[in-house]
Write a protein that binds this ligand. Structure first.
Ligand code: NAD
Ligand code: UDP
Length: 313
């Protein structure tokens, strides 16, 4: 690596996770090229860095090749919430496949290390619980979630084939449901939906009977895991998520108890292929990265609610 600050490319850097990562890298004194097509990202998320000498903003779509000189590529560009990735499923599949292909090509040319933001969705509707990295998943290849799930699976495959063929330096994080400030109010994810509904004094919408489970990781913990993965020797795939599991009904109760305990919970149809349960086995991340999330759901909800309250006011 050349002398001087590390040069980072963050694809999807104007999005929820990407912008928190940009903050961490900038605070660490590194250089950041933030690349985004603003499909689900917003300039407001990184406005605090515009004009900073170590920061640069690039409007670009990762499905097109690009030439840049960087040391590290954090490849996060891809819509993450079902309503957004299902808006144009063919584009989502292209973003995962071509986007990762283009970024691996760039990484190979400039000998950069590339970290792929993969997902727990590679496990699909899992028959094994909690999910360890060796579990190969249960994905419906032709369902409405497949553009995203299979897109991430082929992205992982591409990373490993570049490593085998070209010796590329890769890191793969399988990220589980993460929440926190800067989620979009209208992206349909459960934490943002419940908080926004409660702040608007509307009923909280439980899809199905709310007995399906998820495990929610606060954004600061997740970013710490990504940084440890990029800096360490373990290449992954490695699960990053909070192993504390909640039913969706329990989440709704936690949110409304903080905002307005009188709000009703309203059952709505369960979307197709909605996974019944999800909880990461984080033994590998604990051993290899010395990483364990430290923010409990009860703690992480408060700053998230504060952020949405300000956004909506
Ligand atoms: P997000 O939608 O907030 O961020 C994605 C960013 O990528 C946005 O800024 C969007 O505009 C940009 N983008 C989308 N398509 C692009 C393209 N073709 N070219 C350039 N930019 C593009 O989502 P997020 O929650 O921040 O997720 C970031 C990454 O982490 C995604 O790859 C997602 O699959 C992964 N992930 C997130 C979660 C989670 O719970 N947040 C869970 C698992 C995996
Ligand atoms: N969900 C819900 N009400 C909502 C939004 C989502 O009950 O208003 C459910 C959804 O069906 C799923 C879970 O919450 O079972 C998590 O949904 P999200 O879209 O946040 O994440 P993913 O399903 O991708 O894990």
């Amino acid at each position: 690596m050349p002398a001087g600050p590390v040069r980072n490319l963050v694809t999807g850097g104007a999005g929820f996770l990407g912008s928190h990562l940009v903050d961490r890298l900038m605070h660490a004194g590194e250089e950041v090229l933030c690349l985004d097509n603003y499909f689900t990202g917003r300039k407001a998320n990184i406005a605090q860095w515009i004009g900073h000498p170590r920061f640069e903003l690039i409007r670009h779509d990762v499905t097109e090749p690009i030439k840049l000189e960087v040391d590290r590529i954090w490849h996060l560009a891809c819509p993450a919430s079902p309503i957004h990735y299902q808006t144009n499923p063919v584009k989502t599949a292209k973003t995962s496949f071509l986007g990762t292909y283009n970024m691996l090509g760039l990484a190979r040319r400039v000998k950069a290390r590339l970290l792929l933001a993969s997902t727990s969705e590679v496990y699909g509707d899992p028959e094994l619980h909690p999910q360890p990295e060796m579990y190969r998943g249960c994905v419906n290849t032709i369902g409405p979630r497949a553009c995203y799930d299979e897109g991430k699976r082929i992205a992982e495959t591409l990373c490993f084939d570049y490593r085998r063929m070209h010796g590329s330096e890769i890191r793969i994080a399988r990220i589980f449901n993460t929440y926190g400030p800067r989620m979009l109010a209208d992206d349909g994810r459960v934490v943002s939906n419940f908080i926004v509904q409660a702040l608007r004094n509307e009923p909280l919408t439980l899809y199905g009977d709310g007995s399906q489970t998820r495990s929610f990781c606060y954004v600061d913990d997740l970013i710490e895991g990504l940084i440890r993965l990029m800096n360490g020797d373990h290449i992954g795939p490695i699960n990053l998520g909070n192993p504390n599991e909640f039913t969706i009904r329990q989440l709704a109760e936690q949110v409304r108890s903080r905002i307005n305990p009188d709000l009703p919970l309203m059952e709505e149809p369960l979307p197709a292929d909605d996974p019944r349960q999800r909880r990461p086995d984080i033994g590998l991340a604990q051993r290899e990265l010395g990483w364990t999330p430290s923010v409990a759901l009860e703690q992480g909800l408060d700053p998230t609610i504060r952020w949405f309250r300000q956004l909506l006011s």
